[in-house]
Design a binder for this molecule. Structure first.
Ligand SMILES: [Zn+2]
Length: 157
């Protein structure tokens, strides 16, 4: 039953944004991954011997056979190959820089999975899948994904 006071109400929709600060625990595996990048400029993954897969970013548990991967850390990269990419031409607060922002799906040397990160030092039209790139580490590293500034073209492209 509709309330009397609603009968003449005007339907309105207001557009807005909410911004919610939050923190989250990255876990033991994520912590080790970020500390290695921060302190050693070293990118690591975990390997499942049973499946023969090097996971980067690292996983605590193999997604295929559920083996524990705690003791299977491997260094990968810092070079790798662009598996795919996209160019974003609009501004969005969640993007780490002004457009155009180029996101690449990068499979690091020694890895069997790819990670998403920024491609830099290259024009959007010059990027192609299969091109070689390498990680550029930030001067000031704080223990998160931005400790890698991005991936730039590398020799052997
Ligand atoms: Zn496995």
């Amino acid at each position: 039953v509709e309330a009397d006071w609603l009968k003449d109400a005007e339907e309105m929709v207001l557009k807005s944004r909410i911004k919610i600060p939050y923190t989250w625990y990255v876990g033991e595996t994520g912590g080790r991954f970020f500390v290695d990048i921060r302190d050693n400029k070293r990118i690591t993954g975990t390997r499942c011997e049973k499946c023969g897969i090097n996971y980067v970013p690292p996983r605590k548990t193999c997604g295929r056979c559920f083996s524990d991967l705690d003791d299977s850390w491997r260094e990968v990269g810092p070079g790798g190959v662009v598996e795919s990419f996209t160019v974003v031409h609009y501004h969005e607060v969640s993007h780490p820089k002004d457009p155009p922002v180029i996101y690449g799906l990068i499979k690091l040397d020694g890895a069997d999975t790819a990670l998403v990160h920024l491609l830099a030092g290259v024009e959007p039209g010059e990027i192609r899948t299969g091109m070689r790139v390498k990680a550029v580490f930030a001067e000031k590293r704080e223990g998160h994904m931005k400790d890698i500034e991005g991936f730039v073209p590398a020799e052997g492209s």
